[in-house]
Design a protein. Structure first.
Length: 225
C-alpha cells in the first residue's frame, strides 16, 4: 500500500517566488489499484506522482510504500513518459532490455524478458526495428513494455497518451486496460482528460490548483467495458 500523509511541496527557484505545488495532500492507494489523478494544468499532479517515485522530496509530510518511507528514487516504481523517452539509436528490443541491464540481469535473461513484454504489448516481430520506424501509438507501447519489464509493483504514468491523436489514444486506453487486467500493478495515471480518468481509474483523484489540494476522491464502480 502507498500511503501519502499530509504531504506539501514548495518549489523554490533562485530569485523567484516559491510555488506551492502540493498542500496537505492525504491519499491511500491499495496494491494493484488503478488510480487516475486529474485536475487543471499546474495543480500538482506531476509533483504528486514524482513524489511517490521519490523523484521529488516533499517539503512536509511523508510517503510510505508498504510502511517504508520514501526518501529518494527507489526500485518500487517504473515511469511511462508522455514523450515516450525511447533511445532513438537502440532497437525496440534494446530499449525494453535497457532497464533490465541496469538491474544487472544477464544478456540471455534480459532478451527473453524483453521479448516476453514486447509480445504482451502486441509488438512481436518489431524487436529489431527502431523507434522512428514505429507510429506514436506503437512507440508508447514500447514505453509501456519497458516499464512493465522491470516488474516493479508500481507504474507511474504521466499523461502517457497525451501526445497521441484521439483515435490512437482510444485504442491505447483499451489496450492498457487489457494489459493491466492480465498483469496487475499499482498504477498512478496522470491525465487532464476526465473521460480518460473515469474510463481507466478504479479511483479518480480530483485535484484543484488553489493550491495543490485534493478536492475529492471518487470510487468508480461502473463495470469496465
Ligand atoms: P501539473 O502536473 O498538475 O500540471 P505540476 O506538478 O507540474 O502540475 O506543477 C505544480 C506547480 O508547481 C505549478 O505551479 C508549476 O508551475 C510548479 N512547478 C512544477 N515544477 C516546478 C519546478 N521544477 N520549479 C518550480 N516550479 C515548478
Ligand atoms: P493506430 O491505432 O492509430 O493504428 P498504432 O500505433 O496502434 O496506431 O498502429 C499504427 C499502424 O501500425 C497501424 O496501421 C496498425 O495496423 C499497425 N500496427 C500496430 N500494431 C501492430 C502490430 N502489433 N503488428 C502489426 N501492425 C501493427
Amino acid at each position: 500500500m502507498i500511503s501519502i500523509k499530509d504531504v506539501s511541496h514548495r518549489y523554490t527557484a533562485k530569485g523567484r517566488e516559491e510555488t506551492v505545488a502540493l498542500s496537505n495532500v492525504n491519499l491511500e492507494i491499495e496494491d494493484n489499484e488503478f488510480v487516475t489523478i486529474i485536475g487543471p494544468s499546474g495543480c500538482g499532479k506531476t509533483t504528486l506522482m514524482r513524489a511517490v517515485g521519490g523523484l521529488v522530496q516533499p517539503t512536509e509530510g511523508e510517503i510510505t510504500i508498504d510502511g517504508q518511507r520514501v526518501t529518494g528514487p527507489h526500485q518500487q516504481a517504473a515511469v511511462v513518459f508522455q514523450n515516450f523517452a525511447l533511445l532513438p539509436w537502440a532497437s525496440i528490443l534494446d530499449n525494453v532490455a535497457f532497464g533490465l541491464e541496469l538491474q544487472g540481469m544477464g544478456k540471455a535473461d534480459r532478451i527473453a524478458k524483453a521479448e516476453q513484454y514486447i509480445k504482451r504489448v502486441g509488438l512481436s516481430g518489431f524487436e529489431r526495428k527502431y523507434p522512428r520506424e514505429l507510429s506514436g501509438g506503437m512507440q508508447q507501447r514500447v514505453g509501456l513494455a519497458r516499464a512493465l519489464a522491470v516488474e516493479t509493483p508500481i507504474l507511474l504514468m504521466d499523461e502517457p497518451f497525451g501526445a497521441l491523436d484521439q483515435q490512437t489514444r482510444r485504442y491505447m486506453q483499451e489496450e492498457l486496460i487489457q494489459i493491466w487486467e492480465g498483469d496487475r500493478r499499482t498504477v498512478i495515471f496522470v491525465t487532464h482528460d476526465m473521460e480518460e480518468a473515469v474510463l481507466l481509474g478504479d479511483k479518480v483523484v480530483l485535484m484543484s490548483a488553489r493550491p495543490g489540494k485534493i478536492e475529492e476522491v471518487i470510487d468508480v464502480d461502473i463495470a469496465r467495458p
